[in-house]
Design a protein around this ligand. Structure first.
Ligand code: SAH
Length: 219
């Protein structure tokens, strides 16, 4: 399927925004950021017709782009501010990073697959998103050279949040991550760093591909 034309894209995005509002994603800045990013450019040509549907879709390297409502929920949970520096673990298609880039100062995003990072980078270039910095690496280690971050988002599920990430979060900062096993219940969690520890909130049940330590050997 070829690229969507402008009119078709506008209709689909308008529908998507209605759906987001209906499930409580009402933060106007977040809604505007989602409106500004053409999701169809982040999926494979075969999935283009489904790009705005309410489900995760396959991308290269056996990974997935999260469903729109999940992206909206996670973005809202981070409470992104204009001067935040946000670390994302799991670049995937680059869609979540692109949405965040509209809302903060700079996004640092890491994926263990070189192929995915290269494809995401070319999308950022096409869309003239110049405040995203990418890395092929092991996101479980975070990105110490750029820490501490105001916000951290993990878009792959582990049994627990890697300790290094908590250490790279500024006091007052927010970390959002799915936590749980591949074959069981995963819960989306929000941690807020306080002077003395972390406040934790459950945001609901989710389903994510696994967080796998190390860089992918191929691809
Ligand atoms: N945020 C993405 C969806 C990501 S899917 C989007 O908007 O499209 C989860 C991604 O996490 C996959 O691309 C996977 O390769 C990556 N991943 C899993 N374990 C990782 C690790 N240890 N370090 C970096 N990336 C990891």
């Amino acid at each position: 399927m070829p690229d969507l034309d402008e009119e078709e894209r506008r209709v689909r995005i308008a529908n998507l925004l209605l759906r987001l509002r209906r499930v409580g994603i009402t933060d106007q800045r977040v809604v505007s950021a989602i409106e500004a990013v053409p999701r169809d450019l982040f999926v494979e040509a075969e999935s283009r017709d489904e790009a705005y549907a309410e489900r995760a879709l396959p991308i290269e390297c056996g990974q997935t782009i999260s469903a729109p409502v999940i992206v909206g929920m996670m973005t809202m949970a981070l409470k992104p501010q204009a001067d935040d520096r946000i670390l994302e673990i799991g670049t995937g298609s680059g869609y979540q990073a692109a949405v965040l880039s509209k809302l903060c100062g700079r996004v640092y995003t890491i994926d263990r697959f070189r192929t995915l990072v290269a494809a995401a980078e070319s999308r950022f270039k096409t869309l003239k998103l110049t405040n995203i910095t990418t890395l092929v690496g092991d996101g479980t280690l975070g990105w110490p050279e750029h820490a501490p971050f105001e916000k951290i988002i993990v878009t792959a599920a582990g049994e627990e949040v890697p300790e290094a990430l908590f250490g790279q979060l500024r006091i007052g900062g927010i970390l959002v991550a799915p936590v749980g096993p591949q074959d069981g219940v995963q819960i989306l969690k929000r941690y807020t760093r306080t002077e003395t520890g972390f406040d934790e909130t459950d945001l609901g049940q989710v389903r994510f591909v696994p967080l796998i330590p190390g860089v992918a050997e191929r691809l």
